[in-house]
Design a protein around this ligand. Structure first.
Ligand code: FNR
Length: 342
């Protein structure tokens, strides 16, 4: 982990060797043929600071909310919180985190911003209770995930049968995912954003938007942030890569970038992936698996290293395109060819 020549994929390679079979299958799994997974990977001083919902962040990257960091490391999300805090970046905390929201917020540095990823519960009172709690604990906003009314068919995870719990799953499916989605409200409507806004003043980011039309609707219904994501390819297989939706938005509705902040995630593994998304108008780019693998292999030290690798690569890409700050990255710096964005 201390080698100066590391790239993020290193953590994935080590994770495959050292994580438990269950953690590896759950983290790495994508839906069905895994067609969406990886579709999006193919792609002086640099001031990398930016703001995320009005909060200053040292780098234009953040930790995507991902469940069960504890499968990879006993300290779970808390290691990621510490690493993110020291680096000055924002972390999204999953509704299905291994650690409690109190534990995670206790691990925070003063002024460190956390966002809470919400799945709306069939029992609205329970969602209200959680929202009140995160507000009191000082979380800075809500990432409302809308791409997971039910969980995708994640075959690596399903094949990795969990002998002790298989019988109890609500769907009859095996694997870790089968344990997680029983409380989700599958009848989520755009009008539920109104309900959410009526019970909290925390800024609302809608996560899992996959079309230009839904980005418009999210903004119309009061979202301050639109988070383009296909859930790391774990939900609908063949869902479009977020970077392609971002490209389409830039072509069709450039005006929307003034109406809300846009975030993307999915397959970002290099500084150049981040810089392309920023140039097209994303505020920040999230990474999910890289932090799970880094934490699952080297704990907090791995998380810190992963951020350092990205920081270095982002700075390098910015220097090479001639941008001194994030605001100097322009859409014209990105082209599209048959292989994707270059
Ligand atoms: C996720 N993701 C996710 N998203 C969410 O809104 N709530 C959740 O609980 C989870 N859980 C989760 C678990 C695991 C193991 C993974 C890999 C992902 C999706 C996550 O926020 C993000 O969209 C993707 O991880 C981004 O893709 P990459 O960076 O992993 O390629």
């Amino acid at each position: 982990c201390d080698s100066p020549r590391l790239l993020l994929d290193f953590f994935q390679k080590v994770a495959e060797r050292v994580l438990s079979r269950t953690a590896w299958a759950y983290y790495s799994s994508s839906a069905e043929d895994e067609a969406s997974h990886g579709l999006d990977t193919g792609f002086v001083h640099a001031y990398m600071t930016t703001s995320f919902m009005g909060i200053k962040t040292a780098l234009p990257i953040f930790v995507s909310p991902a469940a069960l960091a504890g499968l990879g490391h006993p300290e779970g999300e808390v290691n990621i919180t510490r690493g993110a805090g020291k680096a000055g970046i924002i972390q999204g905390i999953s509704s299905n985190a291994s650690r409690t929201i109190e534990d995670i917020s206790a691990a925070r540095l003063e002024n460190q911003a956390l966002f809470f990823q919400l799945y709306i519960n069939k029992d609205r009172k329970e969602s209200e209770r959680i929202i009140r709690q995160i507000d009191e604990l000082g979380y800075k906003g809500i990432m409302l995930t809308v791409d997971a009314p039910v969980l995708g068919k994640r075959e690596r995870d399903i094949r990795n049968r969990l002998p002790t719990t298989d019988e109890e799953t609500p769907t009859g499916r095996t694997g870790v995912s089968a344990q997680l989605d029983s409380f989700f409200d599958i009848n989520l409507q755009w009008s539920d954003l109104q309900w959410l806004k009526s019970i909290t003043d925390l800024p609302l980011i809608v996560k899992g938007v996959q079309t230009v039309e839904d980005a418009e609707l999210a903004i119309e219904h009061g979202a301050k942030g639109v988070y383009l994501s296909c859930h790391g390819g774990r939900q609908l297989d063949y869902a479009p890569a977020a970077i392609d939706v971002l490209w389409e938005l830039r072509q069709r509705r450039p005006d929307l970038f003034d109406k809300a902040e846009f975030y993307v995630d999915g397959g970002a593994r290099r500084g150049t992936d981040v810089v392309k998304a920023l140039a097209l108008g994303a505020r920040a780019v999230g990474l999910g698996r890289p932090f799970l693998y880094a934490n699952g292999t080297y704990g907090e030290r791995g998380v810190t290293k992963a951020i350092e690798i990205l920081e270095e690569e982002i700075a390098l890409a910015m220097r090479l395109v001639g941008a001194r700050s994030v605001s100097e990255l322009r859409p014209e710096m990105v082209e599209r060819n048959d292989y994707g964005l270059v």
